[in-house]
Design a protein around this ligand. Structure first.
Ligand code: ATP
Length: 865
C-alpha cells in the first residue's frame, strides 16, 4: 500500500481509526487476528537441531562407532552402557543449552521496547509488540519507531533512517501527503519505519504495518544479528583446540603402550577414546555461556539488565565508572528552593503586569497533568510547574490567553528550550519564551542586558555553590512567526526575567557506592550538563571529589584542549560540567588510551555513540530513551548509580566462579589422564575401565562443577583491584595448579591401586575408581574459595552440598548394588576398604588446603613488608 501518497482522511478510514486512536476492543481483536508486532528470529534452533548438535561432536561420533564395533565383536553390555552414558551426557547438555536459551530469551523480553500510544484519546504505554495497525503512536526524540507509521502531526521531527537506508543524514518528517511519483523508502518523508529512530522533535502517527509486514520485517533475514561470543569464550575456544591436539597425542601414546603391553586392541581403543572424550573440554565455551546467562538473570533481579552477554564477563574489569549526575547520582526529585526576578522590565507590555517569571514558568514546559492530579514530565520542568502552581499561577487560563503556536524543543546540546505564543496584543503579536542553562542564556541576551551579566552571575554562583540547578527565563516579542524556525535567530536579543534555583538531593546509597568503588580500585567520575559549581557541590557531597587534586573540567575547557593535552590530564578530572553528550566520546577515548576499562552511562539520543564505544555502555531504564537503551550493553532498571557498583560486584563474582569451574574441570581431567598415563610406568594394569572414565566425566565433573556457580562472593571481592581484561586466565598459578593437583590425583589413584594389588585385594579397581572420584569431590570443596574452607564454612553453598551428597550416593549406588556391580564391573567394598579409600582420597583435599595456606601467608607477608 502506498500510504505516503494518500490523504490523511483516507488513511484514517482505511485503517478504521481516528487521531484519538483505536478503542481497546478493536485493538485486542486486531492483535489476535494479525499477531504480535515482532520480527521472527529465523536463527533459533529447534529442539531436534539442539540434540543433533550435541551428538555431532567428532570425538563422540568416534566413540559411538568404536563402541558399536566392540559390541559386535565382543561385549554387548559395555556398548550399551557407553551409549547410554553418551546419550545421558547429550541430554544433560541439551537441557543446559535449552535453559540458557530460555534465560537469554527472558532477558531479551525484559529489554523489549515500549510505545506510547493513544487509545480513545487516552495515553497508554504498551509493549511495542502489542501494537496493531490503526494505533496512534506518540513519537519524540530518542524513540525507536516501533512499527511502520504514517505521520499526521509533526513538530520539527527528524528521523535517523540509516539502519534501513544506509543514509546517515537525519530526515525531516512532514504530515502532508506526497504528490504522485515513485519514491524510495528514504524519500517517503511522511512515513516512519520500524527500527529507525527519532533524533529530534515530536509527532503523532498512525501505525500502518506491524511485525513481519514492516519494511524491516521484509529484510529481517538479512539483519539477523550474529551470536555474540565473549572474549573468554573466544580464548577458551582457541585454547581448547590446542589442548585437544595435546590430549589426542597423549591418548594415542596410551593406546600404543597398552597394546604393546598385551591389552586387546578394542579395549585400548575404547579406553583411549573415552579418555579423550572425557578430557577434552569441548563443552567449556557452552558452559561459560550458561554461567553468563544465569549470571545475567541474577543481575536482572538486582536491577541491572544485560543486553549483551559479554558485559557480564567484562563488568569485573571496569576501572572507571563515568556517570551522569541527574537521576543516577541524584534522586531526580527536584524542588524549587529559590527564585530571583530581574527588575529590568523593558518589555513589560504583555503579561508582565505581575509575576512575569511565574507566568513564563507556567507556559514554557511540556508537563501534562496525569490522572491523579500529578504532573507528568521531565523532573526539572515538573519542579518548576509545581512551584508556579503553588504560587497560584493559573496555567489553563494562561494557556488560553497565550496559546502555543510553535516551539524549539529542549536539546541537551543547546541546553535550552523555547516556546512561541500568540498574544492578544496588537503591537507585538508573538511572544517568545526561552528557558535554559543560565550561562547559555547570557549569550543570548540583548546588548543592553548584557551589561548586567556580572550582577546576574554573582547571584547564580551563590545558588550553584549550594548545589542548586539554576535555570533562567528570558523573553522577547516578534511581529510574526517566521516560516522556518531557526534556533539561533529566534533565541537571540532576549530579555532575562529571572531564574529559579532547585535542588536535586544526592542519593544516599550513591555516597556509599562511591566509597565502595574507590576501595575496589574503580574511579567514579561525574558527567553533567549542569553548572560547574552545582556539579562540584554535589560531587563533594558524594565523595567523588575528595582532595584538592581532583579537578572539575567544563565542556568548553575540554574543547580547548588537544587530545594529547587532554590525555595527560584525564586521570585527574573527577567531574565534567556543562559537557555535551558528544564530548563523552572524547572522555572515553582519552581514558581508553590510558588503558582504562570504561563504563559510561547515558540516557539521551546523543549518548548513543558514547554508549556504543564505552567498554560497558549503561542506559537508564526509567528515564532513558530507547535509542540509548538500544546502544547500551546494560540497562539500569532503577537508574541508580549504586546498582552499577552492585553489578560490578556480581560481575566479579560470576567471573571468579567461572574460573573456579574451569580450574575444577581441567584439574579433574588432568587427574584422569595422569592416572591412566602413569600406570604402565609402574607396571600396573590400566586402573580404570572406559565406563568408569565416562562416569566420572558425567557425574563427578558435572554436578559439583555446576554448583560452583552458586558460590557466594569472596570476602575481599570489592577490596581488590579490577581484573586486567587482557590477562591470561591460566596465569596466576592456574595452569600450575591444574598440572600438579591433577598429578597428585593420578598418583594417589595408582598408589591405591598398587597397594591393593600388592596385598592381593581383588577390589583394587573399584578402590582406585572411588579414590579418583572422591579426590575430585575433595578438590571441589577446596576450590570454592581462596580462603580455607574451614574459614568460609562447609555449609555456605547449599547447592554444592546437595550435589556432593547426590554424587556420593550415586557412587555408592554403583559400588553397592548388584545390578550396577555387573554393569560397571565394580565390587562392594568392605568398611575397611571404604575407609582406606576415603583416607587416601582426602590427601588431595589437604594438599590443596596447604597450598592456599602458603599462598595466603605469603600475601600477608608481602603486605606487612
Ligand atoms: P545530567 O547531565 O547531570 O544527567 P541532565 O541530563 O539534566 O543532567 P541535560 O539534560 O544535558 O543534563 O541538561 C543540561 C542543562 O540544560 C541543565 O543543566 C539545565 O540548565 C538545562 N535544562 C535541563 N532541562 C531543561 C529543560 N527542560 N528546559 C530548558 N533547559 C533545561
Amino acid at each position: 500500500m502506498n500510504w505516503h501518497l494518500l490523504p490523511l482522511s483516507e488513511i484514517a478510514s482505511l485503517l478504521n481509526t481516528t487521531p484519538l486512536g483505536l478503542d481497546q476492543t478493536t485493538a485486542s481483536h486486531l492483535l489476535t487476528k494479525h499477531g504480535k508486532n515482532q520480527i521472527e528470529d529465523s536463527k533459533k534452533k529447534t529442539i531436534l537441531q539442539m540434540i543433533l548438535s550435541q551428538l555431532s561432536d567428532f570425538m563422540i561420533l568416534i566413540l559411538i562407532t568404536a563402541a558399536i564395533i566392540s559390541g559386535i565383536i565382543g561385549d554387548i553390555t559395555d556398548t550399551v552402557i557407553i551409549l547410554a552414558i553418551v546419550v545421558i551426557n547429550a541430554f544433560v547438555g541439551l537441557i543446559q543449552e535449552y535453559r540458557a536459551e530460555k534465560a537469554m530469551e527472558a532477558l531479551k523480553n525484559m529489554a523489549a521496547n515500549h510505545a506510547l500510544i493513544l487509545r480513545e484519546g487516552k495515553k497508554f504505554n504498551i509493549p511495542a509488540s502489542d501494537l496493531v495497525t490503526g494505533d496512534v503512536v506518540i513519537l519524540e526524540a530518542g524513540n525507536i519507531i516501533p512499527a511502520d507509521v504514517r505521520f499526521f502531526e509533526t513538530h520539527q521531527i527528524k528521523a535517523d533512517e540509516s539502519a534501513l537506508t544506509g543514509e546517515s543524514n537525519n530526515v525531516e518528517k512532514i504530515s502532508e501527503e506526497l504528490s504522485r511519483g515513485d519514491y524510495q523508502l528514504g524519500d517517503r518523508s511522511n512515513m516512519g519505519y520500524k527500527g529507525t529512530s527519532i533524533t529530534s522533535g515530536r509527532g503523532l502517527a498512525y501505525v500502518v504495518a506491524t511485525g513481519m509486514k514492516t519494511e524491516l520485517g521484509k529484510i529481517a533475514k538479512m539483519l539477523q544479528t550474529d551470536e555474540i561470543t565473549t572474549p573468554l569464550q573466544k580464548r577458551l575456544g582457541a585454547f581448547g583446540k590446542r589442548l585437544s591436539l595435546g590430549i589426542l597425542i597423549i591418548c594415542t601414546i596410551i593406546f600404543f603402550i597398552g597394546w604393546l603391553r598385551g591389552e586387546s586392541v578394542m579395549t585400548m581403543l575404547i579406553t583411549s577414546i573415552s579418555l579423550a572424550v572425557a578430557a577434552i573440554p569441548e563443552a567449556l565455551p557452552a558452559l561459560v555461556t550458561i554461567a553468563l546467562a544465569f549470571g545475567a538473570k541474577k543481575l536482572a533481579k538486582n536491577n541491572a539488565l544485560i543486553r549483551k552477554l559479554p558485559a557480564v564477563e567484562t563488568l569485573g574489569s571496569v576501572t572507571y565508572i563515568c556517570s551522569d549526575k541527574t537521576g543516577t547520582l541524584t534522586l531526580n526529585k527536584m524542588t524549587v528552593q529559590e527564585i530571583f526576578e530581574t527588575v529590568d522590565t523593558e518589555i513589560n507590555s504583555l503579561f508582565l503586569e505581575n509575576n512575569p517569571l511565574l507566568h513564563a514558568i507556567a507556559l514554557n514546559n511540556d508537563v501534562s497533568e496525569g490522572q491523579n492530579g500529578k504532573w507528568i514530565g521531565d523532573s526539572t520542568e515538573v519542579a518548576l510547574v509545581q512551584y508556579a502552581f503553588e504560587k497560584n499561577s493559573n496555567r489553563a487560563d494562561l494557556e488560553s490567553k497565550f496559546p502555543r503556536i510553535a516551539e524549539l524543543p529542549f536539546d541537551s546540546k543547546r541546553k535550552c528550550m523555547t516556546t512561541i505564543h500568540q498574544t492578544q496584543n496588537s503591537d507585538a503579536e508573538i511572544l517568545v519564551i526561552t528557558k535554559g542553562a543560565v550561562d547559555v542564556l547570557f549569550d543570548k541576551l540583548s546588548a543592553n542586558q548584557k551589561s548586567h551579566i556580572a550582577e546576574f552571575e554573582h547571584k547564580v554562583n551563590e545558588m550553584a555553590e549550594k548545589g542548586y540547578r539554576v535555570l533562567g527565563y528570558a523573553i522577547k516579542t516578534i511581529p510574526f512567526l517566521p516560516e522556518n524556525l531557526d534556533a539561533d535567530a529566534i533565541e537571540m536579543d532576549l530579555t532575562l526575567i529571572g531564574f529559579a534555583g532547585m535542588i536535586d538531593p544526592p542519593r544516599e546509597e550513591a555516597r556509599q557506592a562511591v566509597t565502595e568503588c574507590k576501595e575496589a580500585g574503580i574511579i567514579p567520575v561525574m558527567i553533567t550538563g549542569d553548572h560547574k559549581l552545582t556539579a562540584k557541590a554535589i560531587a563533594e557531597k558524594l565523595g567523588i571529589i575528595s582532595t584538592d587534586e581532583d579537578l572539575v573540567m567544563t565542556g568548553s575547557e575540554l574543547s580547548r584542549l588537544t587530545q594529547i593535552e587532554f590525555i595527560n590530564t584525564v586521570e585527574k578530572v573527577k567531574v565534567y560540567a556543562r559537557v555535551n553528550p558528544e564530548q563523552k566520546l572524547r572522555i572515553i577515548n582519552a581514558l581508553q588510551s590510558k588503558k582504562h576499562f570504561v563504563a559510561m552511562t547515558g540516557d539521551g539520543v546523543n549518548d548513543a555513540p558514547a554508549l556504543k564505544n564505552a567498554d560497558i555502555g549503561i542506559a537508564m531504564g526509567i528515564n532513558g530513551t530507547e535509542v540509548s537503551k538500544e546502544a547500551s550493553h546494560m540497562i539500569l532498571l532503577d537508574d541508580n548509580f549504586a546498582t552499577i557498583v552492585v553489578a560490578v560486584k556480581h560481575g566479579r563474582k560470576i567471573f571468579d566462579n567461572i574460573l573456579k569451574f574451569i580450574k575444577y574441570i581441567m584439574t579433574g581431567n588432568s587427574g584422569e589422564i595422569w592416572a591412566i598415563f602413569l600406570a604402565p610406568f609402574f607396571a600396573l594394569p590400566i586402573p580404570l575401565l572406559a565406563i568408569h572414565i565416562l562416569w566420572i566425566n558425567l557425574v563427578t565433573d558435572g554436578l559439583p562443577g555446576l554448583a560452583l556457580a552458586s558460590e557466594p562472593s569472596e570476602s575481599n571481592i570489592m577490596k581488590r583491584p579490577p581484573r586486567n581484561p587482557q590477562e591470561n586466565i591460566f596465569s596466576n598459578g592456574m595452569a600450575v595448579h591444574i598440572l600438579w593437583v591433577g598429578f597428585l590425583m593420578g598418583v594417589v589413584t595408582i598408589a591405591m591401586q598398587a597397594y591393593a594389588i600388592h596385598v592381593a585385594n581383588s577390589h583394587w579397581q573399584t578402590m582406585a575408581f572411588t579414590v579418583l572420584c572422591l579426590s575430585q569431590l575433595g578438590h571441589v570443596m577446596v576450590i570454592r574459595s581462596q580462603q580455607s574452607i574451614f574459614k568460609i564454612g562447609l555449609f555456605t553453598n547449599k547447592p554444592m552440598l546437595s550435589s556432593l551428597l547426590i554424587t556420593v550416593a550415586l557412587q555408592f549406588m554403583i559400588i553397592y548394588t548388584p545390578f550396577f556391580n555387573k554393569i560397571f564391573k565394580t565390587q562392594p567394598l568392605t568398611i575397611y576398604e571404604l575407609l582406606l579409600t576415603l583416607a587416601v582420597s582426602s590427601i588431595v583435599f589437604w594438599a590443596c588446603e596447604m597450598e592456599k595456606w602458603i599462598k595466603n601467608r605469603n600475601k600477608q607477608t608481602t603486605i606487612v613488608i
